[in-house]
Design a binder for this molecule. Structure first.
Ligand SMILES: C[C@@H](O)C(=O)SC[C@H](NC(=O)CC[C@H](N)C(=O)O)C(=O)NCC(=O)O
Ligand code: NI
Length: 146
């Protein structure tokens, strides 16, 4: 058995692509428009996973956009998507500057949590050693839950 992808349903495909692609830095690998089923699938990969995803269809994130609006419940049983990042402070600053709430700030230079436009929790983990504590992150409080 081999892990392939995680699928999340998104209410607004443009907003989700802006978040996952433009802000988080993921890359679109492929997409499928299904006229009969009235949905679009967009497969994304993190830059370091892109070559493998092209060749082996893994690991990827599959965004499913149903053209007809649906209510997606809280799905509390789903936890988060986790990504390793090169500079957690720089990424959190970029996300915050673009209106994303940093629910769990990277106080320790190691871990942060943010949420997608649909409320999917995203864990960001610093590559290698934790970064040195840095304001404003070092003294920021958590914002709600994740
Ligand atoms: C391409 C492959 O990775 C898929 O996951 S297709 C699975 C298929 N998806 C859909 O039909 C998308 C639209 C549907 N209305 C939905 O919201 O899922 C499917 O079987 N989905 C059912 C599921 O539970 O994932
Ligand atoms: Ni799938």
């Amino acid at each position: 058995m081999q892990y392939l992808h995680t699928m999340v349903r998104v209410s607004d495909l443009d907003a989700s692509l802006h978040f996952y692609r433009d802000l988080l830095g993921m890359e679109e690998v492929s997409r499928q428009e299904n006229e009969k089923g009235r949905f679009t699938l967009v497969f994304l990969a993190a830059p370091k996973d892109r070559e493998r995803a092209e060749e082996d269809q893994t690991p990827m994130l599959e965004l499913t956009h149903n053209w007809d609006p649906e209510e997606y419940g809280s799905g509390r049983n789903f936890g988060h998507l986790a990504y390793r990042v090169a500079d957690i402070y720089a990424l959190c600053e970029k996300l915050q500057d673009n209106g994303v709430t940093i629910n769990r700030p990277p106080r320790d230079g190691h871990m942060a949590f943010v949420k997608s436009p649909d409320g999917i929790s995203i864990e960001l983990l610093q590559v290698g050693e934790n970064l040195a504590p840095k304001e404003p992150w070092a003294s920021m409080e958590n914002t709600g839950s994740w």
